[in-house]
Design a protein. Structure first.
Length: 100
């Protein structure tokens, strides 16, 4: 009953809202994509800084070569994946809004 009252009372403003819906949805989509790209960029920078910090840490603490062989590739794979996701997100953003 409440939904029926809400639908009935908002009938006149519904057509106005429906006309504005495409613009609002594109703005919302752009905002969400922008935030996603920002998060991916932040993750990529953090991953690259983590790799750099790991290398410096391994070199200064004198860990064995075996530790470097195990830890460094894992950190590099994480950094590469973050950069790939950043590039892929950028391509999706350009295709969505750039008309490519």
């Amino acid at each position: 009953m409440y939904g029926h009252m809400l639908r009935w009372s908002g009938n006149q403003s519904y057509s106005h809202t429906q006309q504005d819906a495409p613009a609002l949805s594109w703005n919302c989509l752009a905002d969400r994509l922008g935030r996603s790209i920002g998060r991916l960029a932040r993750a990529a920078v953090q991953a690259l800084l983590a790799v750099l910090l790991l290398v410096v840490n391994l070199l200064t603490t004198g860990l064995t070569l075996a530790a470097m062989v195990v830890l460094l590739p894992a950190a590099l794979i994480g950094a590469v994946l973050a950069v790939v996701l950043l590039i892929k997100g950028g391509i999706c953003l350009v295709q969505t809004f750039g008309g490519v």
